[in-house]
Design a protein around this ligand. Sequence first.
Ligand SMILES: Cc1ncc(COP(=O)(O)O)c(C=O)c1O
Length: 410
Amino acid sequence: MKIKKKIPLIDQHDKYGFWGGKFGGSFIPETLKKPVEDLEELFNKLRYQKKFLNERDFYFKNWVGSPTPLIKLGNLTKHLGGAQIWAKVVSEANGGAHKIYNATIHCLIAKKSKKKYIIGDTGAGYAGKMLSMAAKKFGLKCKIFMGAKDIVRQQPNVKAIKKNGAEVIPVYSGSQTLVDAVSECMRFWVANCDTTAMCVGSTVGPAIFVRICGWSTSQISRELKVQLIEEFGSIPKKLKLYNCVGGGSSSFGFWNEFMDYDKKQVEFIGVEAGGPKKSKKHAAPLTYGSKIGILHGAAQYVNQNSDGQIDETESISAGLDYPGVSPLHCFLKNTKRARYTAASDEDALEAYKLVTKYENLNPSLEPSHAFAEAIKTAPKLSKDTIIIVNSCGDAKKDRDIIKKRLGKII
Ligand SMILES: Cc1ncc(COP(=O)(O)O)c(C=O)c1O
């Protein structure tokens, strides 16, 4: 299993949509065959159209607010010693997280296909908030499916979704988290695909959704490459890119433009949710060696029991609380291009505490997992090593959890 150079990773699948022959695919009911084929055809056309690319660039710049800042965390670097720590502050994008890129592109595509309605899933609430924002911007009616447990723990984003005029559909099945929200959203789409477009909130789902999402979030690494050249004159010789991994859209987008670099020069470190230290439950299928299974229309490493039933996950961060992971990351793991590890709830909270003590940065609990690993490794690395953490979400949504766990009011 090898990554090909000079071909975008989103295109390195076989004719059935599998990366490395076994991850991804498109396991869909017969009713979705036509809408999925139509979406594929439209996306494959639009992504090479100058007019569409200009439109994308216009909205990313003038509405999303790209490029997001690249900042040096000088105080944290000094405190830890060792490698230089930087942050790509993607949470400065309109709405407060990277989910805006995928949501914008899905709404633009929905408009081209003359759809009036758009639906989407959400865990942390950011994918839902961003889709509701983009739907409002482009004049689409929007429904967001969200697990009942997540509705309680991510209230600020739920309020934002409603304020944008979208309907929040609570999902009471299963663990009442992201996994159930995605299932329910896909079920709704099966019955309404004639009038309604669907946005999957991460690089998961049938292959076309993985590709659209990866293509959209790659804006992050496109910007980062330019910023690094501006700052250092060239891509640093020892660069390490840390990102949390739930479904895998922020990490894929943060790494994509560096795929062809040797991993000795540009290393990718994906940090999954290890869950509470005392619990056996986690959301880290890549780290803890889960088997391949089918979830949400794609083959991937997924937490499951010996009968192949999907395991319940547990994580303090709703955005990482997902039993599966993008086929793109399964491929990156098997080719050894990326390294994956997990941080516990407690590690993420400690990292949040340290980052906010030393810096004017307020990373949500998802990127706090990536900070935990960066903080652990930075002191062991040389001063000419550049660590960049994708600070892909703002912690305002985590206000209640942080107050409860740390007594800290943000
Ligand atoms: C701020 C933030 N970061 C990370 C994630 C994880 O998703 P992904 O791995 O697709 O970036 C989420 C998901 O909701 C999120 O809201």
